[in-house]
Design a protein around this ligand. Structure first.
Ligand code: HEC
Length: 106
């Protein structure tokens, strides 16, 4: 564990972006179904067992983390902004999870 954490920190320092660790991805997955309104209500994402049909299927869209984060912060179309519901940390966890789970590059 300690080695993994150190590697994560190194990766973070090396690329200047945030590095998703296992805890962050697990938190993102949990939020995908638990945040209100839940992403799962509107979006399909196999890795989260979600089959929503209102928004684009994230498995097909494959948004990278930046794109997810932008949608979360500002909202898009009928999708509400989550900026007043989630901390920056939680929004990043969700963005990392969606990017990874949908098969996009981080
Ligand atoms: C009320 C339904 C609804 C909910 C809840 C919802 N979305 Fe969306 N989402 C949409 C719709 C509709 C769009 C397409 C908006 C458009 O392009 O006009 C969208 C677009 C997106 C996009 C693509 C943004 C882009 O740049 O094209 C991402 C990524 C996304 N949603 C992620 C999420 C995540 C993560 C959550 C949970 C925190 C979530 N959505 C919750 C309806 C929803």
């Amino acid at each position: 564990m300690r080695t993994a954490a150190a590697a994560g920190l190194l990766a973070l320092a090396a690329c200047g972006a945030w590095a998703a660790d296992a805890g962050e991805l697990a938190r993102g997955k949990e939020l995908f179904s638990k945040v209100q309104p839940a992403c799962a209500v509107c979006h399909t994402l196999q890795a989260a067992g979600a089959e929503g049909q209102i928004g684009p299927a994230l498995d097909e869209l494959k948004p990278n983390a930046e794109r997810v984060l932008r949608a979360l912060k500002a909202g898009i179309g009928i999708m509400p902004s989550y900026a007043d519901k989630l901390s920056d940390k939680d929004m990043r966890a969700l963005a990392s999870f969606v990017a990874q789970a949908s098969g996009a590059a981080p």
